[in-house]
Write a protein that binds this ligand. Structure first.
Ligand code: C2O
Length: 349
């Protein structure tokens, strides 16, 4: 059977996935009066997500204002599910064992390391983007993506590196800002040209070369009553994890010893760059599915996948139930990505 939407009334404590340590994080969502099945609204205007490093000053100003208003909700109404901390807590609750699988109290609901990874994060960003747009009254608002698969996007996007911006987060690795080039493969190299080549080769591999089945890219089956984390897809395990690790702190003791913010599930959503990173993770799914002409079937057809459920609060603070199978086409969800060239396509090793 497919995993069922979690029961928010049974939400419990969060723990660190790697060590099992209890975390001092209260990340359960507010309880709803009712849950409705989500119906996709008709698409009137397509939101076009821009690359963060190419966003216009008008787009950046709107993004900053929307995040500023979202952060403000933390103080004016901490229980408002649209608030910045509430949005970050979604990730903690679905990823650090706060939610159990319905009917299996000894099994965590876990959205990583399986085929739930792409659809869960797609829905998460979908509502996050709509909330930001509604906070600034702009139905065209589109979440930028961190274009780390292109050499021009292989640094922390500058809009996140401005200490006066609401997009800034101080819990990041201080060595990996400014002009530092991202190291998606944990190579440890300090040669920028080498890093760029490693990154492109590794993206080619996770998109094409090492993908011979649908599950190689999408992740392994995860159904009701089965153990969490059966195995993630090539992109999840590769560049996705590389970016998290690169941005998060590297302390081994002290207040950030769980690699906050980006380097741990429970805290990742507290860094605004998380959503911009996941916008590119989501874009890589669209490229794999729609642009690459490989003969691997692109959609998982199992009912256990298509009917897997999640709950999110929408931009009207209503709790809605969504299914993995309803998010496979981003254009039906009312957004798409700015088209940018894909230099990694030429990096066949
Ligand atoms: Cu839910 Cu990038 O992790």
């Amino acid at each position: 059977d497919p995993v069922q939407a979690p029961d928010f009334t049974k939400c419990g404590d969060a723990h660190d996935v790697a060590s099992g340590d209890a975390l001092d994080a209260k990340c359960c969502p507010p309880l709803p009066d009712k849950i409705t099945d989500y119906k996709l609204p008709p698409v009137q205007i397509m939101r076009i997500r821009p690359a963060a490093h190419r966003a216009s000053s008008e787009q950046v100003a709107k993004y900053e204002e929307a995040i500023r208003r979202m952060r403000e909700l933390d103080t004016t109404d901490p229980q408002d599910p649209r608030g910045f901390t509430q949005q970050a807590n979604i990730h903690c609750a679905y990823c650090n064992g706060a939610h159990d699988q319905v009917g299996f109290n000894n099994l965590d609901f876990q959205v990583h390391n399986s085929w739930l990874f792409f659809p869960f994060h797609r829905w998460y960003l979908y509502f996050y983007e709509r909330i930001l747009g509604s906070l600034i009254g702009d139905p065209t608002f589109a979440l930028p993506f961190w274009n780390w698969d292109n050499p021009k996007g292989m640094t922390l996007p500058p809009i996140f590196d401005n200490t006066n911006s609401p997009l800034y987060d101080e819990k990041r690795d201080p060595n990996n800002r400014g002009s530092a080039v991202i190291d998606l493969t944990f190579s440890g190299s300090t040669d920028n040209l080498q890093l760029v080549a490693n990154n492109l080769t590794s993206i080619y591999s996770e998109m094409v070369r090492s993908v011979s089945t649908t599950n190689d890219f999408m992740g392994k089956p995860y159904c009701a009553g089965t153990n969490p984390s059966p195995g993630g897809g090539s992109s999840e395990n590769g560049s996705h994890t590389g970016v998290h690790w690169w941005v998060g702190t590297k302390d081994t003791t002290g207040p950030n010893k769980y690699n906050e913010d980006m380097g741990n599930f429970y805290s990742a959503g507290r860094d605004p760059v998380f959503y911009c990173h996941h916008s590119n993770v989501d874009r890589m799914w669209t490229i794999w599915r729609d642009v690459l002409k490989t003969d691997v079937p692109k959609d998982i057809t199992s009912e256990n996948y298509l009917n897997a459920e999640f709950l999110f609060y929408d931009e009207n603070k209503q709790l809605v139930r969504v299914k993995a199978g309803d998010c496979l086409d981003q254009r039906r969800l009312g957004y798409d990505y700015d088209r940018i060239d894909l230099p990694w396509l030429n990096y066949r090793p």
